[in-house]
Design a protein around this ligand. Structure first.
Ligand SMILES: [Fe+2]
Ligand SMILES: [Fe+2]
Length: 385
């Protein structure tokens, strides 16, 4: 049992090894060898003791005698690999159960040794397993660092996108009646709406940036019409309607998912559920969900805030008017969602008033929809980008 590789002291930061074996003599011998080889060694006589040691110490490697009596060896191995995936396991086994040892490898063991085991053989196998563990840990750390870096860069790109969009929109709104706060609120309402609808996170973030571009096409409408305080003539209204197609032309053909969504919102946000809207008169689910959402939140925000051509309307009056559009102007299912999330919509409006053009105030709490509303769902949305 003499071991060729022998050190008298193990260091404080030496790898920790747990020897799990029902045979006290075997445990003592393995621990002696491993301690002399410079490792810190712990012993466990059963699976429960092993779990107890794993809970109390960071164990880098574990030798497991799969003859441990109180549980099947493979069950213990599975439990260890699930709870402590970075702990390497070397299975020690008698020759007659080699097939079990091979199976252990497929369940995450690094290797196996057949009894009787020589000191050098054990120390060599432990060294190799610990080298493997170091590689796995390095790779995990590298991946985590890379993911954090990519996540940070993605956030930076998104913030740059956001700032660019808002700055461009702020240029266009010098001649529009819409306030900076209005366009931001439409983005925040849409973000809330789509989060409640269960859209994927990316799409939720995209609509927050895309929704503010809904009236981008108004940049192409003459001031005499755009800023006219009174009602528009039929001809003027015809020109005003073209802000949908002008905006769509400005946004068309982009590879950016945000601009693709902005395109469909700009083009379709004045379509109506019953087909009486413009520019194409499409109806129902043929109107992209993003535009159906925007139709609701845009009208709500426009009615409840002051504009060139009207004062802010009391919310109850605005809601009464909008309720008449449920199923004609507005998608009835989305309108039910809107009424369910109204308290949160009000909070967004209160925290982002017209005189607060800069900075977003976001919602933090999750929202649960009543089951009766969920039951009316049209199914999963068809998202672009
Ligand atoms: Fe519009
Ligand atoms: Fe608007």
């Amino acid at each position: 049992m003499a071991c060729a590789k022998s050190y008298s002291n193990c260091k404080e930061d030496a790898p920790r090894i747990l020897v799990v074996d029902g045979d006290a003599h075997a445990r003592a011998a393995f621990c002696l060898w491993l301690t002399r080889a410079g490792y810190r060694c712990h012993e466990a006589a059963s699976a429960d003791e092993a779990v107890d040691r794993l809970n109390r110490h960071e164990i880098h490697l574990l030798t497991l005698d799969i003859q441990v009596r109180d549980k099947l060896g493979l069950d213990v191995l599975l439990q260890i690999k699930q709870g402590w995936p970075e702990t390497e396991v070397i299975v020690l086994t008698a020759e007659e159960v080699t097939a079990t040892a091979v199976k252990a490898m497929s369940q995450g063991a690094y290797g196996y040794l057949l009894k009787p085991i020589a000191c050098d053989e054990l120390v060599f196998q432990v060294e190799k397993a610990l080298e493997h563990r170091a590689l796995v840990v390095d790779r995990r750390n590298y991946t985590a660092t890379l993911e954090a870096k990519i996540g940070g860069q993605t956030m930076a790109i998104r913030r740059a996108h956001e700032e660019t969009i808002l700055r461009l929109l702020s240029a266009s709104r010098y001649r529009d009646e819409e306030t900076g706060a209005h366009i931001k609120r439409t983005g925040l309402y849409s973000e809330l709406f789509t989060e409640v609808l269960g859209w994927p996170d990316d799409a939720v973030q995209n609509i927050r940036l895309a929704a503010p571009m809904h009236d981008l096409g108004k940049i192409g409408i003459p001031d005499a019409i755009l800023r006219k305080p009174g009602s528009l003539t039929k001809e003027e209204f015809g020109i005003m309607k073209s802000h949908t197609t002008i905006g769509a032309q400005m946004l068309a053909g982009s590879e950016s998912a945000i601009l693709q969504m902005a395109y469909e919102i700009a083009l379709f946000h004045h379509e109506r559920w019953d087909g009486s809207g413009y520019p194409h008169g499409i109806s129902g689910l043929a109107i992209p969900e993003s535009a159906r959402i925007l139709a609701i939140v845009d009208v709500y925000d426009a009615l409840t805030h002051r504009r060139v051509y009207h004062d802010a309307m009391p919310e109850d009056v605005a809601l009464e008017i909008m309720e008449k559009g449920r199923g004609s102007h507005f998608d009835p299912y989305l309108f039910s969602i809107f009424t369910a999330i109204l308290p949160e919509i009000r909070r967004i409006a209160a925290e982002n008033p017209d005189d607060r053009a800069d900075g977003y105030v976001r919602r933090t709490a999750a929202i649960e929809l009543p089951a009766a509303i969920v039951a009316q769902s049209h199914g999963d949305p068809i998202l672009i980008g």
